[in-house]
Design a protein around this ligand. Structure first.
Ligand SMILES: Cc1ncc(COP(=O)(O)O)c(C=O)c1O
Length: 384
C-alpha cells in the first residue's frame, strides 16, 4: 500500500470519533448522513498537523501562502487560476456566503437558490436577513438540470444574488459550460450577483469537467465571488478554513473581507488546506478512484436489494440522492430507515420540497458499511 492509498476506517475505530456524524445517534445506528467521510487522514495533511502540534503552533491564524498555493492547484486542476490578491480567508464556506451577502446586498434583498439544495442555503441566508427565493431544479433525462426559464423569471422579478451550487449538493450534478454561460448571461441581463459555492469541486469524478464560474468569459463572472475549501475533498470541515475568490469587477467590499470575518478561520485549517492543495493531489486521485467504485457498488446493491429506489450516480461528491418514493414509505423515508433499520440518512425534505420521498446517502465510507447500510434499508422497507 503506497502512502497515498485511501484507507476507510472500520466501525470500531469510527465509533471513537467525536464528530457530529458519530455522536448524534445511539451506537446501534449506522450513520450515512452528514458530509464527513470515514477515511483516515491524507498522510500529507496528518503530517502538517502533527508538525504544527509539535511546534505548539496553536496561535492566531495567518494566511501564509495559501492563496498562492490554491491558485497553483486551481490552474493545474481546472486550467484557471484566481488572483491571490482578491482572495480572503473565511472560517468555512457558509460563513463566507453569509458574510458576502451582508456586505454586498441589503436587508430584505432576494437571494435565489435551487432546491433540492444544501439546507444551510436557507438558514444562513435568512439569518443574514435576506429573503430566499426558490427555483427548483428540473428533472432532466433521469438526472437534474438548472431551470433556466425559472431563473429568468425569478431574476426578472428582482433578485440581488444567486447562490450557485456547483457541484450541486445533494444531486451530485456538475453544471456544464453552456449552462454556466447561460446563468451568467441571465445574471448580466438582470444585474444579479452570482455567489458560486464550489466546495465540492475537488470531488468531481474523472471524465467530468468542473468549470470554475469565475473562469467564464462573461461580465457576470468577472463580478462574481466563489467559495472554495479543502474541507470536502480532504475531509477537514472541523478545522475551519475556506476562501472567497473575487472576480476583478466584484463589489469592492467583497474583494478583501474584513478582519472580523477572516479572524474566525482556524490556523490548523489553513495549514491542513495548504498541505492538501500543495501535496494532496495523489491522495485525492486515490480517493476519487475508491469513490468511483463506491458509487457503482451502491447502484448494484440498490438494484439487488431495493430495486424500487431510483438512483443516478453522482458526477461529483460522495453523496447519493435516492428517490425512495417507489417504496411507499411516505414523504420521509429516512425516518422509516432510522426507526426500523437503524441507519441514519439525511431526510430528503430538509433539502426543500422537491426532496420529499428522497434520502441523501453518504458513500464516503467502506464498501462493507455501504453494504450494511443498504441491507438495513432493505429490511426497513420490507423488501429483503
Ligand atoms: C454545497 C455545500 N456548501 C457548503 C458546505 C459546507 O462547507 P463549510 O463546512 O465550509 O461551510 C457543504 C457541506 O457539505 C456543502 O455541501
Amino acid at each position: 500500500m503506497g502512502d497515498d492509498a485511501v484507507r476507510f476506517l472500520p466501525l470500531d475505530q469510527l465509533r471513537r470519533r467525536r464528530s457530529v456524524k458519530w455522536r448524534t445517534h445511539p451506537h446501534d445506528v449506522l450513520p450515512v448522513w452528514v458530509a464527513e467521510m470515514d477515511v483516515a487522514p491524507a498522510p500529507v495533511v496528518a503530517e502538517a498537523l502533527a508538525q504544527a502540534v509539535a511546534r505548539g503552533d496553536t496561535g492566531y491564524v495567518h494566511p501564509g501562502d495559501l492563496a498562492e498555493v490554491y491558485a497553483a492547484f486551481s490552474r493545474q486542476r481546472y486550467g484557471w487560476a484566481p488572483s491571490p490578491d482578491r482572495t480572503s480567508l473565511v472560517p468555512d464556506v457558509m460563513t463566507g456566503i453569509a458574510a458576502v451577502l451582508r456586505l454586498v446586498t441589503a436587508p430584505g434583498d432576494r437571494v435565489v437558490i435551487t432546491p433540492p439544495v444544501y439546507p444551510p442555503f436557507w438558514s444562513f441566508t435568512e439569518h443574514a436577513d435576506r429573503t430566499v427565493v426558490e427555483v427548483d431544479l428540473r428533472p432532466d433525462d433521469g438526472g437534474h438540470a438548472l431551470d433556466l426559464d425559472g431563473l429568468e423569471r425569478a431574476f426578472t422579478r428582482g433578485a440581488a444574488a444567486f447562490l450557485l451550487c456547483n457541484p450541486h449538493n445533494p444531486t451530485g450534478s456538475v453544471w456544464d459550460r453552456p449552462t454556466l454561460e447561460a446563468v451568467a448571461d441571465l445574471a448580466d441581463a438582470h444585474e444579479v450577483l452570482v455567489l458560486a459555492d464550489e466546495v465540492h469541486a475537488p470531488l468531481t469524478h474523472p471524465g467530468v469537467e468542473h468549470v470554475p464560474f469565475l473562469s467564464l468569459d462573461r461580465p457576470a463572472a468577472q463580478r462574481a465571488i466563489a467559495l472554495v475549501a479543502a474541507s470536502k475533498g480532504w475531509n477537514l470541515p472541523g478545522l475551519k478554513a475556506g476562501m472567497t475568490l473575487a472576480g476583478p469587477d466584484a463589489p469592492t467590499a467583497a474583494i478583501a473581507l474584513p478582519d472580523v470575518v477572516q479572524v474566525g478561520t482556524g490556523l490548523f485549517g489553513v495549514l491542513a488546506a495548504r498541505a492538501a492543495f500543495a501535496h494532496g493531489g495523489p491522495w485525492l486521485r486515490s480517493l476519487l478512484a475508491v469513490l468511483d467504485d463506491n458509487r457503482r457498488l451502491l447502484g448494484e446493491l440498490l438494484s439487488t436489494h431495493l430495486p424500487a429506489v431510483r438512483y443516478r450516480m453522482p458526477a461529483a461528491t460522495y453523496l447519493a440522492w435516492l428517490d425512495c418514493s417507489g417504496l411507499g414509505l411516505g414523504d420521509d423515508p429516512a425516518q422509516v430507515f432510522l426507526d426500523r433499520g437503524r441507519v441514519a440518512c439525511n431526510p430528503g425534505h430538509t433539502f426543500g420540497a422537491p426532496g420529499r420521498g428522497f434520502v441523501r446517502f453518504n458513500l464516503g465510507t467502506s464498501p462493507a458499511l455501504i453494504s450494511e447500510a443498504v441491507r438495513r434499508m432493505a429490511v426497513a422497507a420490507g423488501s429483503s
